[in-house]
Ligand binder design. Structure first.
Ligand code: GLN
Length: 495
């Protein structure tokens, strides 16, 4: 019974005394012990910590203390979020053994609210990738088909929710890393507006793009988690100073007429048949819910990938300069300091991370800065303006989240460009700083298909309400994978 409860239901039952938080937590941990050896969503399972946190919630309830909305609801955390006293690896060899002395702001808030942390989830090294195959630790398998990738970079968090290890998980999204794995794993994933959620304690990839956001099965659960993590934080200077609205509470307001734009650039070539038909069906279902559909155009869409692959690596090359073998994790000892930097970074970083550092260093080097980096910034502005023009006519945009459902292991690793193209529909929202949500809208055989809604800045509430309304009238989000029990470590190896 417990496995199919939503986070909202768990929270209600804990509050009413129907279920103990410790019971819920134990059940999730048992489920992880049984099935995670095949999926491998977790880098670290925090069993004792989680149980202790759950027991504390039960004690608080007994003593009559009012509980916060997510008290007792277990959560999985992407392993690029700092957790005090618990190893945080970014799935990189270079951070092996790094134990943060502090919690990320989002972790701190959830901890204070009584969320037991089940563990830290696998990702592409430093969140660079689209399949979690770039993890230096191991592969994570899509719970819907163990021969396929879960997406990335937050693959472990998406799997944790898809496999019912946790009703909620946190991920980070720099160019699609929440929405793309959410689509591949058949769950809801939301990238909030840039500035909505504090990134204090999120290990930085590309600081002008990174956002933390929720994974959940339902829009309501995603709203509850967003409520818990959003809001000002003086420790992240990009974090907006205004208090956010109450997202979960607003879900049940009457559903007013919404104008949905269909950007023609997102429905062209490259979409597989099943993705096109799932989106066609979704369009007519949205019409039935009272939405008005309108064709629009975002003419600079084709520039998004090239712009992203200049800006994101440029920022990454700067952010990753701190891993020198002196301050964090791995140190390859040599007599000469420069050699130590060199050897530590050569051994500690994987191929994709090195590729990004080289791309970024090149784009920022004098002589090329204006031609590449500065130009990319200018085109980024044009991409933003496309959205602003579109939002003069429509309230939100509907697109597929990805051109295809989850691909097979190894299918794209040899060709970085093919891998980069799997984010073709998600990257623009990061470049423009806009909120976007992915939600399940169909299946291709066993494989989930995701749709994406992109809205103007600070319109998370609207995006969540549309998905909530849709989920009241559909059941794609309730389809669960049949979990295998095979030992994943024997099949394939991590890159
Ligand atoms: N897949 C994209 C990349 O490799 C986006 C990653 C992300 O959003 N963290 O950079």
């Amino acid at each position: 019974m417990i496995p199919t409860l939503t986070a909202a239901e768990m929270a209600d039952r804990v509050r009413s005394g129907d279920l103990r938080a410790a019971e819920i937590c134990e059940a999730r941990l048992a489920h992880i012990r049984e099935h995670d050896p095949a999926v491998r969503a977790f880098v670290t399972v925090m069993e004792p910590e989680a149980l202790k946190a759950a027991e504390e919630v039960d004690l608080r309830r007994k003593s009559g203390v009012a509980l916060s909305p997510l008290a007792g609801v277990p959560i999985a955390l992407k392993d690029n979020l700092c957790t005090r006293g618990v190893e945080t690896t970014c799935s990189s060899k270079i951070l092996k053994g790094f134990i943060p002395p502090y919690d990320a702001a989002v972790v701190e808030r959830l901890r204070a609210g009584g969320s037991p942390f089940l563990g830290k989830t696998n990702l592409d090294e430093f969140a660079m990738g689209s399949s979690t195959e770039n993890s230096a630790l191991f592969l994570t398998r899509n719970p819907h088909d163990p021969d396929r990738v879960p997406g990335g970079s937050s693959g472990g968090s998406a799997c944790a929710v898809a496999a019912d290890f946790a009703p909620l998980a946190l991920g980070s999204d720099t160019g699609g890393s929440i929405r793309q794995p959410a689509a591949f794993c058949g769950v809801v994933g939301l990238k909030p507006t840039y500035g909505r959620v504090s990134r204090y304690g999120l290990i930085a990839f590309a600081s002008s793009l990174d956002q933390i956001g929720p994974f959940a099965r339902t829009a309501r659960d995603a709203a509850l988690l967003l409520d818990a993590i959003a809001g000002p934080d003086p420790r992240d200077s990009t974090c907006l100073p205004d208090p956010p609205p109450a997202f979960a509470q607003a879900l049940d307001r009457p559903f007013e007429k919404i104008r949905v734009g269909l950007p023609k650039e997102y429905f062209g070539e490259g979409l597989t048949g099943p993705v096109t038909s799932a989106l066609d069906r979704l369009k007519s279902e949205l019409k039935d819910l009272g939405c008005e559909l309108k064709d629009v155009s975002l003419p600079h869409t084709s520039c998004a990938i090239p712009v992203y692959y200049l800006i994101a690596p440029a920022e990454a090359s700067s952010n990753l300069a701190r891993y020198d073998g002196v301050q964090y994790g791995l140190r390859v000892e040599t007599k000469d300091l420069i050699q130590q930097y060199f050897k530590t970074r050569s051994e500690g970083f994987g191929r994709e991370v090195k590729r990004r550092i080289m791309l970024g260093t090149f784009a920022l080097s004098s002589g090329y800065y204006d031609a590449y980096y500065l130009k990319a910034l200018k085109v980024r502005r044009l991409i933003y303006e496309d959205f602003m023009k579109a939002f003069a006519d429509v309230d939100v945009l509907l697109t597929p989240t990805t051109p295809t459902p989850a691909f097979r292991f190894g299918e794209k690793v040899a060709d970085p460009l093919q891998m980069y193209l799997s984010d073709i529909f998600t990257i623009s929202a990061n470049l423009a700083g806009l909120p976007a949500i992915s939600f399940p809208c169909g299946f291709d055989g066993a494989l989930p298909i995701g749709a994406q809604l992109i809205g103007p800045a600070l319109s998370e509430g609207r995006l969540l309400r549309i998905v909530h309304e849709y989920q009241k009238n559909s059941d794609w989000h309730l389809r669960r994978p049949r979990l295998a029990r095979r030992d994943a470590s024997r099949v394939g190896t991590a890159a």
